[in-house]
Design a protein around this ligand. Structure first.
Ligand code: ZN
Length: 468
């Protein structure tokens, strides 16, 4: 974020916060899962893959890599044999050069006459299409085992589906800027994911955790922050890639085919100033919190009538708590130590564990702080509107509210703040990280990463009216 009015922050930091803590409804951001990568590494502990004779289940757990690769290629091919005629009105030819795993001991090979060695593909995968070439090559020594270990057996599948999307583009003669080509391949990967999940004929089944993990993979395979969308090498920020992937999942390959004519929105922005580039676009915690407080109050004053027509939003009091756990509120028991923030209806206050939020701010960026604070304001709005605050639907609605708040900043309707590159990805990462609960087989009661990022995206793209 970038502050457009910097003196405001300090003044409010000294005067607004303080007061008696009370009970509230909880918002879980377990301390253990503040870092996406850490969370996912912890998650990927055990090995599991399908037992059914012809169907292999891909999941967020590590699986047998060669099996995952084989069944994915079968399933993706099966998908395009039916989707290519439906989408582009022509049959799908299978890749004449197939799918080629590459390792350090692979002899050099060629792509369009150019010599390629393992070092040229290390940490990567690509499709090579040309007069004599039609194959997908991938780093089978480092990239795929790493993805499998961190994000589970679904992650190499998502990469293979993306690369096959490039083969489809080559066959269909798609012409578009690099960023659109990449987002379309992500969209095709999403369309295949839906097919694999739904179809009972193909050899792949997906767990709910696999869907959540696929979003995390998209978020990881993103551009370096600050790359403008016009950069010829641009692959898209996490937000744009997740958006494209979910578009394909929701609406199928035909929606992806429209991208060259109607490109999806891209949110990549270059840094505004050198100072911003040096800080990575992150405001210091002390400055960010009061600005978010003010900004969220302004947002809800305007947005509340959309939640409860004719009503006025009562500004909640913001109360940082210096040591965990949060104090009890009203008659209820004190929350667990890992509850980072809650809303207390008794005195209309939002309370949070200050050191926990500060740590998150440093680890994930300033919009992580904004995302968590926004959840508190969302709870205040839901409570004041007489809406439920607990359960999956209420949680998804608050993620949508957060997206709507960020969209007012992105659209320049917010006088205090301006979005920096990477801010939307910080919001996504915060949501993805807090959706993964180490050791928990089932999704969190708030909904998984796929649903939650979808809700955030609805708010970013559609504003508050998209949240009801
Ligand atoms: Zn690509």
């Amino acid at each position: 974020m970038r502050a457009l009015s910097t003196d405001l922050g300090q003044q409010r930091a000294n005067t607004v916060y303080g007061g008696s803590p009370r009970r509230g409804v909880e918002f879980l951001v377990p301390a253990l899962v503040v870092l996406l990568v850490v969370a996912l590494v912890i998650l990927a502990l055990s090995v599991r893959h399908g037992r059914a004779s012809n169907v292999t289940t891909l999941s967020d757990r590590r699986g047998d890599l060669s099996t995952a690769e084989r069944v994915t290629v079968d399933s993706v091919t099966q998908y395009w044999l039916q989707a290519m005629p439906a989408t582009y009105g022509r049959p799908f030819r299978e890749l004449s050069g197939g799918y080629q795993p590459r390792t350090p001991s692979s002899p050099p090979w060629t792509c369009n006459g150019q010599r390629v060695t393992y070092n040229g593909i290390k940490g990567n995968a690509f499709y090579c299409g040309g007069t004599h070439d039609d194959y997908v090559a991938y780093d089978a020594s480092f990239l795929f085992p790493q993805l499998n270990r961190i994000f589970g057996s679904v992650s190499p599948a998502v990469v293979l589906a993306h690369e096959t999307g490039h083969a489809v583009q080559h066959r269909a003669g798609v012409q578009a800027p690099s960023i659109v080509i990449e987002m379309q391949a992500d969209c095709f990967a999403g369309a295949w994911t839906r097919f694999a999940q739904r179809s009972s004929d193909d050899p792949v089944a997906l767990t709910a955790g696999a869907l959540d993990s696929s979003v995390a993979v998209m978020l990881t395979l993103r551009d370096q922050v600050g790359t403008p969308a016009t950069n010829p090498q641009a692959h898209g920020l996490g937000f744009d890639r997740v958006n494209a992937y979910q578009t394909g999942y929701d609406h199928g390959a035909a929606s992806c085919a429209r991208f060259p004519r109607q490109p999806p929105p891209t949110t990549e922005l270059p840094f505004h100033t050198l100072a911003e580039a040096l800080t990575g676009g992150n405001l210091p915690y002390e400055q960010a919190v009061p600005l978010f407080d003010r900004s969220l109050n302004d947002f809800w004053k305007g947005a509340f009538p959309a939640v409860r027509p004719g009503a006025t939003f009562r500004t909640p009091r913001a109360v940082p708590i210096p040591v965990a756990p949060l104090p009890a509120c009203g008659g209820a028991a004190a929350p667990d130590r890992d509850v980072a923030l809650h809303y207390c209806p008794e005195d209309n206050s939002i309370q949070w564990v200050d050191p926990l939020l500060r740590r998150l701010h440093v680890q994930l960026g300033d919009t992580a702080t904004g995302t968590i604070l926004s959840d508190g304001w969302g709870r205040a709005a839901q409570t004041q509107a007489g809406r439920p605050t607990s359960g999956r639907r209420a949680g998804l609605q608050r993620d949508c509210y957060t997206g709507a708040w960020l969209s007012t900043i992105a659209n320049g309707k917010e006088p205090l703040l301006q979005l920096s590159p990477g801010d939307l990805d910080e919001a996504l990462t915060t949501i993805v990280a807090s959706s993964f609960r180490p050791g928990a087989e089932e999704q969190s009661s708030r909904g998984g990463a796929f649903e939650r990022t979808d809700a955030l995206r609805s708010g970013v793209l559609g504003g508050i009216s998209a949240c009801h």
